[in-house]
Design a protein around this ligand. Structure first.
Ligand SMILES: Cc1cc2nc3c(=O)[nH]c(=O)nc-3n(C[C@H](O)[C@H](O)[C@H](O)COP(=O)(O)OP(=O)(O)OC[C@H]3O[C@@H](n4cnc5c(N)ncnc54)[C@H](O)[C@@H]3O)c2cc1C
Length: 483
């Protein structure tokens, strides 16, 4: 589906390629004199959604950067993520909406069902189009990463660079990778996910100095196991609902079984499915909570435990497993952790490196994108000679703006946790939450919604009826400079 089918053109076409700085309005990626004489260089560790979004924004802002990624080549994890008006507004401003619509499906409802497929309740998400300008869209993560990566100049992403150590000093920062490869820059952004090497380096230093909060020393919280897959395109005569223009997400709660099924139709007539629960296989329970990423054999073992679960589109999970390519099948740990320390010196963290939502909370990807937008807006305001105190003021402002939003998102994510809770009280709460009238949902969303734009690009009009706030500009870098 093209963006123009559901989002008739706004003022965000090729115009969005021109910036307040030096870019032209041609469709080609812009270059500025800033690129030719770089004086401020940003080293990003990790080419996930957060790192790639930040890289693309820096490219557009004319700030020098490099992304170091441990994988040898472009090889992105196959799972789905949800994009809403929170991020689609800025992605449209970047001129990416058309491409994103081609790899996504708008979502109408989230249905909560019992194992016999009867409804417990459903949440209607269609109101968001009129109110905020966009539907919620289900997007394949790998495809979104490919779009962002394709917008960067050759050589900006260095594949096969496994970052081991970060050394930060008054004059700059050094990133040391395997095989003795070293990259230097003015600041380093840890966008390297839940097990961030950048965060671990930073925290080691802070701990030695006695400056690391106790909560940050604690491990990521393991909640349960999950197995996930995206099928090949399915036969629409067998699964007619999968071909609908709007996708419905379904959560099927296990009463007799300890497993919960999360399933939705995605673009290209594929089905994305995830089963959460203990999923402890005969290979040993201890290993199951010790290993973060399991191999294909472990995934296949776990599949045996869930193959008989019924699927709302028809058939059982066994049919889905049979139609899921092996490289699209993954067993993983559902983890959660919200760190207090997001930056120090020349190092700053974004995305899952500083806040790890459980995967089914539907927050991880959007919050990583929002981090990148907030950070790049502040970085573009730092002026030569790029003093450490100005960098620190920008990092502090980034933390001040983003941290309260993460707290709110964390609270909203608890609705997802409610789905997994057992007992009578959880059952009652689920009934209430999944039968909320649209106006109550909308009212609650109004209070917390942000959909920021990129300050260095021409703004685009809001598509929704409701005006939505950007990040709070609690402390500008300029004012901090004059302190
Ligand atoms: C199976 C699964 C299902 C999910 N489902 C959803 C969902 O439904 N909705 C949602 O919003 N989110 C979901 N998420 C989370 C979402 O994918 C992430 O939140 C999102 O990708 C943003 O993460 P990030 O950019 O911070 O880190 P990541 O995407 O984890 O990227 C980190 C990158 O850093 C690289 N890296 C790591 N260490 C190093 C190192 N030392 N040196 C160099 N590179 C390194 C990694 O290879 C990776 O490319 C899911 C995640 C998983 C795994």
């Amino acid at each position: 589906m093209a963006a123009s089918d559901i989002y008739p053109s706004s003022n965000a076409t090729t115009d969005s390629f021109s910036t307040h700085r030096t870019f032209s309005s041609s469709g080609a990626l812009p270059y500025s004199t800033h690129h030719e004489e770089p004086t401020f260089k940003i080293v990003i560790v990790g080419a996930g959604i957060g790192g790639l979004m930040l890289g693309h924004c820096l490219e557009r802002a004319g700030i020098d950067y490099v992304i170091l990624e441990r994988h040898q080549k472009q090889q992105f994890t196959q799972n789905i993520v949800q994009l809403t008006s929170k991020t689609l507004h800025a992605l449209e401003q970047l001129g990416l909406l058309d491409e994103i619509m081609r790899i996504s499906k708008p979502m109408s409802f989230i249905n909560l069902r019992k194992q016999n497929m009867s409804f417990i309740g459903r949440l209607d998400f269609r109101y968001t189009k009129e109110r905020y300008g966009y539907y919620a869209h289900i997007v394949k993560r790998a495809e979104l990463c490919k779009i962002l990566a394709s917008r960067m100049r050759q050589g900006r992403i260095e594949w096969g660079r496994y970052v081991l150590e970060v050394v930060s000093g008054n004059a700059g920062v050094q990133c040391r990778c395997t095989n003795g490869y070293v990259v230097q820059g003015d600041i380093i952004v840890g966008a390297d996910g839940a097990y961030s090497a950048v965060r671990q380096n930073l925290y080691r230093t802070l701990k030695t100095k006695g400056n690391l909060p106790k909560a940050d020393m604690e491990d990521l919280k393991f909640t349960q196991n999950a197995i996930t897959g995206i099928t090949n395109p399915v036969d629409l005569t067998q699964y007619p609902d999968v071909g609908n223009e709007f996708g419905e997400a379904n959560i099927v709660i296990g009463k007799e079984s300890p497993h919960t099924l999360w399933i939705s139709a995605v673009s290209e007539n594929r089905i994305s499915w995830t089963v959460t629960g203990p999923l402890i296989t005969s290979n040993g329970s201890v290993e199951n909570v010790m290993v973060s990423e399991f191999g294909p054999e472990e995934a296949e073992n776990a599949c045996r435990l869930i193959k008989d679960l019924k699927v709302p589109f028809g058939g059982t999970v066994a049919d889905l497993i049979a139609n899921t390519p092996k490289d699209c099948l993954m067993k993983y740990l559902v983890l959660e952790k919200y760190y207090k320390t997001w930056h120090h010196g020349r190092t700053v963290l974004i995305g899952e490196a500083c806040h790890k939502f459980p995967s089914f909370a539907g927050q991880g990807a959007e919050q990583a994108i929002l981090d990148a937008i907030c950070l790049v807006n502040l970085l573009t305001k730092i002026q030569a000679p790029y003093l450490l105190r100005d960098i620190n003021a920008a990092f502090e402002s980034y933390h001040e703006q983003r941290q309260p939003i993460i707290e709110t998102a964390r609270y909203k994510g608890q609705v997802a946790a409610l789905v997994n809770s057992q007992g009578w009280s959880a059952e009652m709460k689920r009934k209430v939450v999944f039968n909320l009238p649209v106006w109550v949902q909308a009212h609650s969303t109004d209070k917390t919604l942000v959909n920021p734009l990129l300050d260095f690009l021409p703004p685009i009009q809001s598509r929704g009826l409701k005006s939505v706030r950007s990040f709070s500009s609690s402390r500008s870098v300029h004012s901090a400079q004059s302190v």
